[in-house]
Design a protein around this ligand. Structure first.
Ligand SMILES: [Zn+2]
Length: 189
């Protein structure tokens, strides 16, 4: 990422809108906006590969489904560059490895903090965990509100649900149901 190019770009957007660049409230806006994109909104683009810390599962200590709920999803729709925000539930059925639960949030954040599509985000998180943890199954469910639907076009409340299940989570109806009962779209919040 290039902070100078971002700043120049946001300045052009403001010029395109016909705004006065000398207005005291707007003077620093291109740089502030560029910093927000660089440091937070698109931070995933600047991150190196995530080092997922894994721990071996001891003999005879196999567990069932491990899931983390209510993981914040804060992303930017790739088609309109408007936010989509919501929550993810990520679960896996360990094979030979565990990982720290906080790492699940970090993986979601890494793939969310960039221009993204919710379907692809859901898939990328599931595939990443499948590749790195070699679990017996993995599930990712995301529910997010899309501002590109809320602020433009149909002005509709744009809540979207996506899920990806791999391995036993996809093939075993009991496990699938157990995971989906934890997913954000099963709650009334
Ligand atoms: Zn959009």
């Amino acid at each position: 990422m290039d902070l100078d190019k971002l700043t120049a770009g946001f300045r052009q957007v403001m010029e395109g809108l016909g705004l006065d660049p000398e207005d005291p409230h707007l003077k620093d806006t291109p740089l502030k906006t560029a910093r927000a994109w660089y440091e937070d909104i698109c931070a995933g683009l600047g991150e190196a590969e995530i080092g997922l810390q894994v721990y071996p599962v001891e003999e005879g200590q196999q567990t069932g489904l491990i899931a983390l709920q209510h993981i914040p999803v804060k992303s930017l729709c790739a088609h309109h560059l408007l936010p989509f925000v919501g929550y993810a539930t990520v679960g896996f059925l360990p094979g030979n490895y565990y990982c720290g639960l906080s790492h699940l949030s970090r993986v979601v954040n890494h793939f969310a903090r960039r221009p993204q599509m919710q379907e692809l985000l859901t898939h990328q998180v599931a595939q990443f965990l499948s590749d790195r943890l070699a679990p017996r199954g993995v599930g990712v469910a995301v529910q997010a509100s899309h501002y590109c639907m809320e602020l433009r076009g149909v002005n509709h409340s744009g809540i979207m649900n996506t899920s990806v299940m791999l391995g036993a989570m996809r093939d075993d109806p009991g496990l699938r149901a157990e995971f989906l009962a934890l997913a954000p779209n099963s709650r009334k919040t």
